[in-house]
Design a protein around this ligand. Sequence first.
Ligand code: GCW
Length: 681
Amino acid sequence: TAQEDYKLWLQYYPIENVNLVNTYTSQIKGITAFGESQTIQIAQKELQLGLQSMLSSRINIEKNSDSKGLIVIGSISNLDDNLKQQLASQITSINNEGYIISSTSNNKKLLVITAKTDIGVLYGVYHFLRMIQTNQSIDNLAIIDSPKINVRVLNHWDNLNGSVERGYAGASLWNWQKLPDFIDQRYIDYARANASIGINGTVLNNVNANALILTPLYLEKVKALADAFRPYGIKVYLTARFSAPIEIGKLKTADPYDPAVQQWWKDKASEIYKQIPDFGGFLVKANSEGQPGPQNYGRNHVDGANMLADALAPFGGIVMWRAFVYSEHDADDRAKQAYSEFVPYDGKFRDNVILQVKNGAIDFQPREPFHPMFGAMPKTPLMMEFQITQEYLGFSTHLVYLPKLYQEVLEADTYSKGKGSTVAKIIEGSLDQHKLTGIAGVANIGNDLNWTGHPFAQANWYGFGRLAWNPSLDSETIANEWLRMTFSNNPNFVSPVLKMMLDSREAVVNYMTPLGLHHIMDTGHHYGPGPWVSDLSRPEWNPVYYHKADNNGIGFDRSSTGSNATAQYAPEVAKQYNNVATCPEINLLWFHHLPWDYKLKNGETLWNGLALKYQEGVNQVTTMQTTWEKMKSYVDENRFKEVQMLLHIQQKEAKWWRDACLLYFQQFSGKELPKGVEKPV
Ligand code: GCW
């Protein structure tokens, strides 16, 4: 039923294996919770709900921890002295959001879930439930875990009128008209889902910002949401429109050097914190795609970001200043602009500023090499911005498992401090010793019954959260747990569908933009192919700018003989990308313009290889369909049919992509399609 869609990965299906149920029920005799907070009450309720549902039996709440086989939850300071002592040494190794799940060695055989804070306990409870959901053993547990990144936020590109920029799952969740007095149950369910994967912040509104969100009328509504989310460990952040002092403050300017402007932001911050004492801070898109910013007044990003940072600092707030900027003035290579604009300011930002950098230098493509800013600003904290919503990857119509993409970027080696300087280590702050660390995911959530439009797009929200907690997790592990929690533990289901998910990312790359091609989606909406588009007023809006196909060949020369964007990487990386022989073929046409008869590593010509990749993408989607057809007996009817229909569309559209791109590029290559590639009809 539609209700199953709604429950996301928190289905808590009854465990089918009777032996396993017996083992668990012999180990779990009840729950004791220490502490009074709402968070502890939520943790207790969730644990009871989950266990009762999965074990199909009643789980009692006990007042004390005297009897055998109890699950004891509570932050360390609330536990009894005996337990406190037992766990004293372990507790020092976690941070404020971390937790410990530990079986006691005494004959009571208690299972203790504890932490420094109640939020940590809630995270521990979700970890424990996940273990049961995925049918793992709970014998002799000694789990110690902490998030590796501090700020783990969703970015909602939600407008105040209820629309969602690049949102494909219905309208915004936030009902501004009914807030503050009406708290939709959906807000609670949203917070719960986020808490279950460790997301601890949410930016409620679009980076293309409307200043009205900062007016008293809206702040009251924002406060209501913050109050609803707080027990789940989720802080609220807002986007700050740089020109707000003019638009809602009646000032003549928003110049960051103007004392009246500075004061306006200080007053605004204190007004916000009066209502929301744990307000997270501001996210800012400035001087990008028409948004106002400090450059309008001849100032720079540092001036703008630091002014806002100074306003928030007394209250502990942060500024997430986006690095996604590009202008028509310097359009020889859009990929170079963010680096050029920001790297000179390394070390100049306040301590409570973090730069939010997209994973690649162009824009959330199916595949991009990692953004050269990672590793290039060691004195400035950088946070990652991933897109969970599939703007360039088939909206919520195509099944694409994104954690595969995220993992590829996180594992990329920047060489900024020699081999092993991965992007993950930079955003964890471990490479350059930063205390402020963060990761953002542009949400794919809307008010669709199933939250994300495509049932499998839920995995992208889930996977983002899991990687935000621990960027070293493997995307396969994440897909495996998500499938078990969301659908079934049956190996006949899990293993083929797991493979389908893991292959889906490469499939979309193959049928849309193989071998390093990028940004050839039809313009504006970015859905479907449009490599021919060339008539838009700004050069870098046109797909032809990115593929540069002509009779001589195809690809964007960003090597030292071209735009020299490669020079923005560490020498080791630049050298690898510059040389066509060492440049990974997955990035080939990102960095090189090559003749149609250039020989690929497999011996095929570039033209044939490209055509074969497009065909491979189509074939992969066909395989996904075949896999899914066999899964009918493991999945509820609604989700089975939805995915079946969506895969059917994806298959049609994979062919559309192949045919459109190959017919278009063929005009330049002047060559026949190789054997194995279906002729367009
Ligand atoms: O990917 C592009 C989108 C814009 C978006 C912009 C950004 C919010 O096409 O819709 O605006 O990036 O990230 O700022």
